[in-house]
Design a protein around this ligand. Structure first.
Ligand code: MN
Ligand code: MN
Length: 416
């Protein structure tokens, strides 16, 4: 009996000793925390935050999330932003062009983009390339032409907001119309694309002996005397003839392409609308000719393109107008935030999660383009909403009430 009491005393003493030891340890941590130096301040006034020497201040101002990263960022990822403003602009008599490719933005392995301006009458020479070309008209008017593998023709006039697709290997042209030509964006399903290195009509003719051309067409060699000795690329000519006349002439004998190469998003209803903005998803389900999927996203001030990823392909982004920031989380505890505005390109690898916030006081419009016929995404919310709530709560302890309230259908843009 006495022995048992003694043992109880001992174990009680040991328990108290152990507890007080733990308290000391805990107090030590608290003391250490109390002594820990503050390393971030809201107005960045601390000595460890100052930057005493000259810096690229305008660039800093445009990239606040790089200069003062959110505390949840941990950097580490290669950059996923490049601006057309940093690209070389090639000027020609009929307009100009510049590009952002994998050579500029190393992460953008599967897609590249081109901006092009054509004056009234300015022609982007008849040409083709191996990759497919997806386009968004940003300004003005143009006439596009193309011929498919069965000799069928596409001739149409496109205006601001319209899209076109020229599948890989399909020859085509673009000509600026009045009153002030056009500007457009091209996206290619090939990161290594080079707009300055396409298959051009004049270039091929110049590098084919005239007697071969004569034999090919069954005409005298002199027919080809005036073929330019140098590529035209972007040049100026009088305006085209009336659309109906040119369509009729081009379609003679073979007809029109079965699925139009152009598409007018203005004529479709948004795929989703919320208080945060709206999105139009345009893929082969609604535009049979395209083998490139896209989403046109408009975020109102404060709107959020929700946390999500794309399981089937990489995403190439172009910011049309407004200001925003994107955070990309990659495995291994890395997260990085970068700021974007009109004219910038963003890129996210397949299945890598991300979200975009409107950080300005006007609408933010950007496009997501995917080198695949069909759009696919998975959002954090729909993942959690359709997993047993018991299991999710056992991970993140947010309460099953909250989990039950997550919308069962994907939001895409929040707030609801
Ligand atoms: Mn092209
Ligand atoms: Mn996305």
């Amino acid at each position: 009996m006495e022995q048992e009491k003694d043992q109880a005393k001992v174990s009680r003493r040991r328990f108290l000793e152990a507890s007080s030891a733990m308290l000391v340890v805990a107090a030590g941590v608290q003391a250490a925390q109390g002594q820990e130096k503050q390393i971030r301040s809201a107005d960045h006034h601390l000595p460890n935050e100052s930057q005493p020497v000259q810096n690229n201040d305008p660039l800093d101002k445009e990239n606040p999330s790089s200069v003062w990263a959110p505390p949840t960022d941990s950097g580490g990822q290669p950059p996923f932003k490049y601006s057309f403003s940093l690209s070389h602009k090639r000027q020609e008599e009929g307009g100009w062009t510049r590009q952002v490719t994998v050579r500029d933005l190393p992460i953008s392995k599967k897609m590249a983009g081109v901006q092009m301006r054509l004056i009234t009458g300015g022609i982007r020479e008849l040409h083709w390339h191996v990759g497919a070309e997806w386009a968004l008209m940003l300004y003005g008017n143009a006439r596009i032409t193309a011929v498919d593998q069965e000799g069928r023709s596409h001739v149409s006039d496109v205006t601001k907001g319209d899209l076109w697709i020229f599948p890989g290997g399909i020859p085509h042209s673009i000509q600026g119309l009045g009153p002030d030509g056009c500007e457009f964006l091209l996206v290619f399903n090939d990161g290594n694309f080079n707009e300055f290195d396409t298959f051009l009509l004049t270039d091929w003719m110049t590098h084919t002996p005239p007697d071969v051309l004569a034999k090919n067409f069954g005409v005298p060699e002199s027919t080809f005397d005036k073929v330019p000795k140098k590529e035209l690329f972007i040049f100026e000519r009088p305006l085209p003839r009336p659309l109906a006349d040119e369509q009729k002439q081009a379609e003679a004998g073979t007809g029109r392409v079965p699925h139009s190469f152009d598409f007018k998003p203005v004529e479709m209803k948004p795929t989703k609308v919320s208080h945060g903005g709206e999105v139009k998803i345009i893929d082969q389900k609604i535009w049979p000719a395209t083998n490139i999927a896209a989403a046109i996203v408009t975020l109102k001030p404060g709107g959020l393109r929700e946390l999500h990823w794309h399981p089937n392909e990489d995403e190439w982004q172009y910011y049309v107008v407004g200001k925003g920031r994107m955070t990309v989380f990659s495995a291994g505890g890395h997260a990085r935030t970068m700021d974007f505005q009109g004219g910038d390109v963003g890129y996210i690898d397949k299945s890598v999660p991300h979200y975009i916030e409107n950080t300005g006081d006007t609408d933010l419009t950007f496009i997501e383009v995917f080198p695949t016929p069909f759009y696919e995404d998975i959002s954090l919310a729909e993942w959690l909403a359709h997993t047993p709530s018991r299991l999710v709560d056992q991970h993140i302890q947010v309460g099953e009430d909250f989990l039950a309230k997550i919308p069962k259908k994907e939001m895409i843009i929040t707030p609801e």
